[in-house]
Design a protein around this ligand. Structure first.
Ligand SMILES: O=C(O)C[C@@H](Cc1ccccc1)C(=O)SCC(=O)c1ccccc1
Ligand SMILES: [Zn+2]
Length: 169
């Protein structure tokens, strides 16, 4: 089922997610719900933190036709190449705002897949950016944290206004 995505500045987005102990059927159902929610948004990634589930689970699909689903459970990465890359990022928890963030260009990723098996791979470009963005979510960090305080406050004010208007119905 489609799940509700928390929006900045909701303090629950600042929670540190816990590791998954066993990749059982309940985790697989949660992963399926996360893909459904991500595809519907639409987005190219989603961290469990964003749907108020504080477990270290990320789903990603960079394809145009939902053909390349990637599940990362208890993901970790190391930086392979210090070269920095600047890319425009968006966030389903900061709807309507996009800005440039600088991140390492190439990373080595280790995680469990949807079947609980170990997977290791190298990522660069948009995949590396997306993985770092999603892992920030699991550590309670948002891309707006990399922007100036002025920009962050303006985004916060505009989203708080939107949420008040929605609450008023
Ligand atoms: O909030 C999230 O984690 C999802 C976010 C992932 C992300 C996008 C761009 C750079 C880094 C991380 C998004 O998917 S925002 C929406 C978006 O970028 C997009 C939506 C539809 C098609 C293509 C991109
Ligand atoms: Zn995000």
């Amino acid at each position: 089922s489609k799940l509700k995505i928390l929006e900045f500045p909701d303090p629950r987005l600042r929670t540190i997610a816990e590791p998954v102990d066993v990749v059982d059927d309940s985790i697989k159902l949660l992963v399926d719900d996360m893909f459904e929610t991500m595809y519907d948004a639409p987005g190219i990634g989603l961290a469990a933190t964003q749907i108020n589930v504080h477990k270290r689970i990320v789903v990603i699909d960079l394809s145009e036709d939902q053909s390349e689903p990637l599940t990362l459970i208890n993901p970790e990465y190391t930086v392979l190449d210090q070269t920095l890359e600047e890319m425009q990022e968006g966030c389903l928890s900061v709807p309507g705002f996009f800005d440039n963030v600088v991140r390492p260009h190439k990373i080595q990723v280790t995680s469990l897949n949807r079947d609980g098996e170990e997977q290791n791979f190298v990522a660069d470009g948009l995949l590396a950016v997306c993985i770092q963005h999603e892992l920030d979510h699991l550590n309670g960090k948002l891309f707006v944290d990399y922007l100036s305080g002025l920009k962050r406050n303006r985004i916060r004010s505009k989203l708080e206004k939107k949420h008040r208007a929605e609450a008023a119905g």
